[in-house]
Design a protein. Structure first.
Length: 492
């Protein structure tokens, strides 16, 4: 592997959330216009969405900047060597390796500047079509970066030009790299132990989970793991599959237990924080069996993503405790009104969250003022069919109370959003209680009202970076925006 050489300071323990290095690149706008076939006029245009309305100028909104100023956006170059050579080592990512050292991991969101998908739900998801994890590895003294995601063979996907999109995508993709920020006053060594446990759990879950049926994963696959008890159950079943128990494989194949891309990250984070793969937590017999299965170059050979073999998977240190026993969250700036389990790493979206985030980020009322109220209503009317499809309305009987409640919620939301108020603060004062109440659909609807799409991580990170109460016990550190190396040029 010809990747980033490991320096002495990389080999030693280091601060997981250390200040990222400066970018070595700047945008080659002319190249971007050619490859993306767009009219981007500036650097910031690349991280915005352009929405057209009847009788109004297009609204250009910085949906993917995380609220950062232009000078604070950091560019990371990714490569796709497999596009030209199917046998190339995709983990050879020298620039990403500057930000993610061996043994570290980050969450990666993939999005498209242009919506070339046939699925209109992609607009609601802010064109974020995939999420994955990036994990630093070491091979022959060189640092590289691999990626895991569901479905496991996603990196082998063939694009329209009949080339593999690779571990980190094709030139048409933009990536956002985020590192979690852990709660409490954990020392660097403690954080590293949680990171090791998270990466091990993510690798196990990725290997044995099953991706949802093709027509169901985009909005119709319920996020069942909405509390730690259900997450524990799925983790236990994954360990049983790791140890060869046939009943576990059948259980994981059930439609309600299948795992899409954002859900895999959700599982890896929560299992890694609360369920140490240690002797004390698993018991002597299971610990020994898990340790044996994770050891050696053939570990997790069932995974079709062969790059997983480059990971160093180890059971958890004996001193690692579930994070709620190691940290006191009482002093954390965490939302006190979560809809789901307060202990979750990240709060999933409800249907109300999906709508609020989409409308507020696509037509930013706070920045543009109350005059955009009619545009927000146009947006709501435009995506109403897709929203009802994601909510499963078509599959509910006409007399289902859940269906009636969802439709009534939408009708009331349009009414509230369509009014002009004295200022943005008054608008928020009117809409927030309504959104809060709308999150609390009937208890029997709760699992169907839970989503972990890729842009959930984008929105939660943006909220955290803007100083809002974190939605979940984790915060987020921005590493950078990833662009294919051919769209960049070295800084002068």
């Amino acid at each position: 592997m010809a990747g980033q050489s490991i320096s002495p300071d990389q080999a030693a323990p280091q601060d997981f959330n250390r200040q990222p290095p400066p970018s070595r690149y700047e945008i080659d706008l002319e190249k971007v216009r050619q490859v993306w076939q767009c009219r981007a006029d500036s650097f910031l245009d690349l991280f915005c969405t352009r929405t057209t309305f009847d009788g109004a100028e297009p609204v250009i909104a910085p949906t993917h900047t995380l609220g950062l100023r232009e000078q604070d956006i950091r560019l990371i170059a990714f490569d796709n060597p497999g596009a030209e050579d199917p046998g190339a080592d995709e983990s050879d990512q020298p620039d990403i390796a500057r930000f993610i050292a061996p043994g570290e991991f980050a969450v990666v969101i993939r999005y498209r500047y242009r919506n070339n998908s046939r699925d209109p739900l992609d607009e609601i998801k802010l064109r974020c079509f995939h999420s994955q994890v990036a994990i630093g590895v070491e091979k022959n003294g060189k640092a590289g970066v691999i990626s895991l995601g569901n479905p496991q063979g996603f990196f082998r996907k063939i694009n329209r030009r009949r080339t593999r999109s690779g571990l980190f995508g094709a030139p048409a993709n933009v990536l956002i790299f985020l590192k979690p920020v852990f709660p409490g006053r954990l020392e660097a060594g403690e954080i590293r132990r949680y990171v090791d446990n998270i990466t091990a759990w993510t690798a196990i879950a990725n290997t044995f989970s099953v991706f949802p049926y093709r027509k169901l994963f985009n909005g119709k696959d319920p996020l069942v793991t909405i509390d730690l008890e259900k997450i524990t159950t799925l983790g236990d079943r994954s360990l049983e599959a790791l140890l060869g128990e046939k009943d576990a494989f059948a259980w994981l194949r059930r439609p309600e237990n299948r795992v899409y891309c954002g859900e895999l990250i959700h599982l890896g984070l929560n299992l890694g924080l609360y369920h140490p793969l240690s002797r004390a937590h698993l018991g002597e017999e299971k610990y020994a069996a898990v340790k044996s299965r994770l050891a050696g170059p053939g570990a997790l050979s069932e995974n079709p993503n062969h790059y997983i073999r480059q990971m160093k998977l180890t059971p958890a240190a004996e001193e690692l405790k579930p994070i709620d026993r190691a940290c006191d969250f009482s002093g954390e700036h965490i939302s006190r009104e979560p809809y789901f389990d307060v202990r979750l790493a990240v709060q999933p979206f409800t249907l109300a969250d999906m709508l609020e985030v989409f409308v507020q980020m696509t037509v930013p009322r706070e920045e543009m003022g109350e005059k955009v109220a009619p545009l927000q209503v146009q947006l709501l009317e435009k995506i109403k069919p897709e929203f009802f499809e994601a909510a499963g309305n078509a599959d509910m009987p006409p007399d289902d109370p859940n269906r009636a409640q969802i439709e009534l919620f939408y009708q009331k939301l349009v009414s509230v959003v369509g009014r002009e108020y004295g200022d943005y603060q008054e608008f928020i004062a009117r809409v927030e209680p309504f959104i809060r109440a709308a999150r609390k659909f009937p208890e029997q609807f709760k699992a169907l009202n839970a989503f972990m799409p890729p842009h959930c991580f984008l929105a939660r990170a943006r909220e955290y970076l803007q100083g809002k109460p974190r939605q979940g016990i984790l915060g987020w550190q921005y590493l950078g925006h990833g662009l294919h190396r051919k769209l960049l040029k070295p800084r002068e």
